[in-house]
Design a protein around this ligand. Structure first.
Ligand SMILES: NC(=O)c1ccc[n+]([C@@H]2O[C@H](COP(=O)([O-])OP(=O)(O)OC[C@H]3O[C@@H](n4cnc5c(N)ncnc54)[C@H](OP(=O)(O)O)[C@@H]3O)[C@@H](O)[C@H]2O)c1
Length: 250
């Protein structure tokens, strides 16, 4: 992003303390946005503030808290929401899950997307605003070692498309877009999943990573998601995100 196309705007990014969220916060800030970053780890948030400077406002909170979305939308009047926070799924086959471990990503990822999408519609955000909901490529293919993860991420895609439809019906002018990133070893969550799939295949982790080709990085995720925010010509409800960039989701 060479120009400050988002100067004068405010973005809230959930899960901004590390991984994709940190990368997305960095590129949005580079593009001129004032970024409010939500996560629970105060030390990692302080590190993000150190890295990004005064363009980044850390908020230590649970993004799935039912009160938080309304509070932060009222306080910051964002033009952009990136709903990226996601729980670490326990990497085990289905029969080794309990209902509590299976439903973890429903309680965190889906619940948080539900509260924030609802508040975005009810507030409502200003016309021209963008809400990005981070789903996963697992929503297309399944994820047999992650309990309810793939279903939770598929529901996040549905939530974004239902909200896009409500926005069109009410003439709100808010874009709701689901982004489905490829599995990548470049974040803690992706690394753990890849290690589990490599072990299941009886493969060496490094060889397994090599066999998957170029990996999506947090910086690339940040660039592509910022492109979606800046360019309203991206008019699909869902995009797959890989190391090669964005493409409309099947
Ligand atoms: N990496 C991949 O391969 C991949 C592929 C497809 C989709 N995704 C999705 O991309 C998103 C980001 O994942 P990542 O790979 O960057 O994982 P990560 O490195 O583990 O980061 C997850 C982020 O979510 C935050 N978070 C988790 N629970 C939270 C809560 N209750 N409230 C606030 N923040 C919370 C974490 O911060 P705190 O712990 O500080 O709260 C952290 O900042 C997730 O939704 C994930 O499912 C990842």
């Amino acid at each position: 992003m060479t120009t400050k196309q988002l100067a004068g705007t405010t973005a809230i990014v959930t899960g901004a303390s590390r991984g994709f969220g940190r990368g997305i916060a960095a590129v949005l800030a580079e593009a001129g946005a004032q970024v409010v970053g939500v996560a629970r780890d105060t030390a990692a948030l302080a590190e993000a503030r150190e890295q990004l400077g005064p363009a980044f406002t850390p908020v230590a909170a649970d993004a799935a808290d039912p009160v938080l979305a309304g509070q932060l939308i009222d306080a910051y009047q964002p033009d952009t929401l990136v709903l990226n926070a996601g729980a670490f799924p326990l990497p085990r086959p289905i029969h080794r899950h309990t209902w509590q471990t299976f439903s973890r990503n429903w309680e965190v990822d889906v619940q948080h997307a539900f509260h924030w999408v609802r508040e975005a519609l009810l507030h409502p955000l200003e016309p021209g605003s963008t809400v990005i909901a981070v789903s996963s490529g697992a929503a297309l293919r399944g994820s047999p070692l992650s309990g309810g993860y793939a279903g939770a991420k598929a529901t996040i895609r549905f939530l974004a498309s239902y909200a896009a439809d409500e926005s069109r019906r009410e003439g709100l002018g808010i874009r709701f877009i689901a982004v489905l990133p490829d599995l990548t070893p470049a974040t803690g969550l992706g690394q753990a999943a890849i290690a589990a799939y490599a072990a299941r295949a009886g493969a060496d982790v490094a060889a397994f990573i090599d066999s998957r080709g170029p990996a999506l990085t947090p910086a690339k995720a940040g660039q592509e998601i910022t492109r979606l925010v800046v360019d309203s010509g991206h008019d699909k409800d869902a995009y797959v995100l890989s190391a090669a960039g964005l493409s409309p989701a099947p």
